[in-house]
Design a binder for this molecule. Structure first.
Ligand code: KG4
Ligand code: ZN
Length: 320
């Protein structure tokens, strides 16, 4: 039988990444990022991100093929991030995928970036138990999903305004730390210093919403500066993180209580690298709690190839 070679392409934000799955095994993965450049601007500048994808995409393709010891014509499927993401960045990945498909006759599989994150705990090992609840916490999204299988996925809660990762980045910037803000807040977190109450707690039944929290931190910092008082970055960042993670977990617990058929919960997205969030998720009383390896928490193509491969498998079973 011919080998099933699945190429994954991810270009939705500041990572240009490709991965190859050969007969259901991840065999190659290569990522470049413009995050260092973006940190000079304090956040992602879409035009800069697009330019980096343009500059790097061929190099990434050559590297991933070299690592897999394959040629373009060996590829059977091309899975690419179709949405959501920065339009200019998505465009570059999609155009590359479509051009490659027309030359190689590989089949195109456009996928949702967030579903890549949703199943990123299973890239190297393990299996989801359906129906599954998934929390995807990233720079652009804070969502809880209910998945009956790899395709039948509904959103149960989704942020009404700012995503959690975006607020991590904003709070870090406010206290003078670099982009991306999540890792630096995570590293400096000290529970004993989480003493500022920015807001009253939101009910567990509410939709995710972090713009109020963001505004409260902004007002606190501005107020201090106006009175020429020193700010304490660790105190601010720790207080913010304690509130934010507590709020997420409250909503996760409420959703679990509303969906007693659930046996499994999966975590994903850039913010799933967060130590406090990982610890709180591990403590959930569920049969199976699945947390991605750190290398698969941020944006990368392994999750895109993996998710696409699962869709292909599911279609093959349906057609058998
Ligand atoms: O999933 P991702 O790489 O990109 C999007 O699809 O948005 O998520 C990026 C976000 C950034 O906001 C970054 O600050 C946050 O993930 N992040 C973290 C941590 N590592 C990255 N947030 C909290 N704790 C972390 N350790
Ligand atoms: Zn992402």
């Amino acid at each position: 039988m011919m080998d099933k070679i699945v190429l994954g392409i991810e270009t939705s934000c500041d990572e240009t990444s490709m991965a190859i799955i050969k007969n259901d095994q991840l065999i190659a993965h290569y990522t470049t990022s413009s995050a260092d450049v973006q940190s000079r601007y304090g956040g992602v500048v879409p035009e800069v991100a697009s330019r980096y994808h343009m500059k790097n995409i061929h190099h990434v393709f050559n590297e991933v093929l070299k690592e897999a010891n394959l040629k373009p014509e060996n590829i059977s499927y091309i899975v690419y991030t179709a949405n959501p993401g920065l339009p200019g960045c998505l465009h570059i990945g999609a155009t590359f995928a479509k051009t490659l498909a027309s030359v190689t006759k590989a089949q195109l599989v456009p996928v949702n970036h967030l579903y890549g994150h949703l199943f990123s705990a299973y890239i190297e090992s393990g299996k989801p138990l359906f129906p599954l609840l998934g929390l995807v916490a990233s720079g652009g999204h804070t969502s809880i999903y209910y998945a009956k299988d790899y395709e039948d996925i509904v959103v149960i809660n989704e942020t009404q305004d700012d995503a959690i990762g975006e607020v991590y980045d904003k709070v870090a910037r406010l206290v003078g730390w670099t982009y991306p803000g999540g890792p630096v807040i995570d590293k400096n977190y000290d529970e004993t210093q989480a003493t500022i109450q920015f807001l009253e707690g939101m009910p567990a039944t509410a939709r995710f919403s972090y713009s109020g929290l963001k505004t409260a931190v902004i007002n606190y910092v501005h107020n201090k500066k106006q009175h020429q008082e020193e700010i304490n970055p660790i105190q601010i960042a720790s207080s913010f993180q304690k509130y934010a993670i507590h709020d997420i977990m409250k909503k996760v617990n409420y959703t679990i209580s509303q969906n007693p058929d659930i046996k499994c919960i999966a975590l994903g997205g850039g913010v799933s690298a967060n130590r406090l969030l990982r610890q709180k998720m591990q403590e959930l009383a569920l049969e199976q709690v699945d947390i991605p390896l750190l290398k698969y928490t941020g944006d990368q193509a392994a999750m895109i190839a993996h998710y696409g491969n699962k869709l292909i498998e599911q279609k093959e079973k349906q057609n058998a």
